[in-house]
Write a protein that binds this ligand. Sequence first.
Ligand code: GLN
Length: 510
Amino acid sequence: MTESTEFSDQKQVFGHPQGLFYLFFAELWERFSFYGMRALLTLYMIDVIFKALAERDYATAAVYSSYGSLVYASTVIGGKLSDKILGMRNSIFLGGILMSIGHFVLAIEDNMAFFLALSLIIVGNGFFKPNISTFVGTLYEKGDPKKDSGFTIFYMGINIGGWVAPLLCGWLAATYGWHYGFGLAGIGMLTGLIVFWRGIQNNVFGDRGLPPNEHVLEKKVLGIKQGILVPVLAVLAAPLIALLLSSYKAIATDGMFADQNIVNVIFTGIGIAVLAYLAYEMFKANVKERKELFVAVLLTFFMTIFWGFHELSGSVITLFAARNIDLDGIMSAAQTNSLNSMFIIILAIPISMMWTWLSKKNWNPRTPYKFGLGLLFAGISFYVLALSGGSANESGFVPFTYLLLMYFLLSVGELFMSPVGLSKMTDLAPMRLIAFIMGVWFLSSAFAFQIVGFIGKQLAIESTDGDVSGFATLTVYTDGFMLIAKYALGAGVIVLLASPLIKKLMGKVH
Ligand code: GLN
């Protein structure tokens, strides 16, 4: 990564480097495309791609989980290739272009195009997402107290995209057809790239984000320049990933489905390899580092559990909204995907102000307590959704307020964990392992999608005739939510009970 030492000559806007606002809008549009597409994905698979299958819920859950796992796991490779070869600017362009092509391919009405499109988005996100986040960090000097608020502003950009996109793409999909919704997501991504390009034209980034040295792109590997080889391999990876995604095959035995999913196997392998490498690093480290690394791993593990429930929003909860929530005159099921981001926008600043206020009074809870509370919030949110069954009308539809309250609580939980954990990772990882630990932190979202897939498959409803809804689906979902609530509450209580110990291991890190 190329880092500039020039901080003072950056033009300031609202007390932050001007570059932040270009990155803010670029990421806003990228997340617009990502979440606009995600809002439609599950319903599109159910209604179009797997329409003819009796096990269409099961197939949808399997593909959704593989897509989510790969879209976050690819960030580890994209981050590494950027550090070593491309630099952040080239990576962001490459990723953005692949993502927009992916969204436009989704707009083609064809089942094969569908898997290829998801794969292009997976590879593209791998180059875009980790690099734009790291780019924000390079705008600030190490230890600059403004960095945290810079990241809060950036997190707001993410969620403005995540709030507006499901509303617009959901509306387009319902009014004009699925492919208009996907098409708009593609236009969003292109807009993001134009914003980023304008930033470079206006020279707001100085010499940040360039490749690690002048010769690295020209250096030849297998007779091909690296600057060409990486994008070519990225494009070639897409059909291979498409093959992995479509490798899903349901096998029915005694009315129960099971699948042979290569992506699940790959993730078990990655999990074992990461744990083995961490164990090796801990063995090598001194006592202080060993304790801190152990805490970093624990926090990542808790985060995985949280995302495992949270990321159900794009799958099971969207289906629950479609099949059992009375949305008449309010919004469509796809549009309910905007609620989490809406609450994050409302709550991000008050909650970060609350931490500052509590710090002044010396009452700011240490990180493990915040994590325990975050999991409790997730548990209560699913409990609310489970309770909604008691207020169902005669057709098995529950009031929208339950969903609203659920997303409010889940978003509070998210703000207790996600931004706090991100900043703790940089404090806890020894310098030589920072990049790796950040990669592991992103992997928490990747592994979470394995949990999402597992739950989605348990709550799959078999049906051969069109739409399903009513009391039969209501009980499946609310029983499932009750179980999730118990697991999340249990995890929260365990984390809170273990917090005094974890706190000791963290030493001075708050
Ligand atoms: N909502 C956040 C984003 O889109 C985090 C999502 C996640 O890591 N699972 O960046």
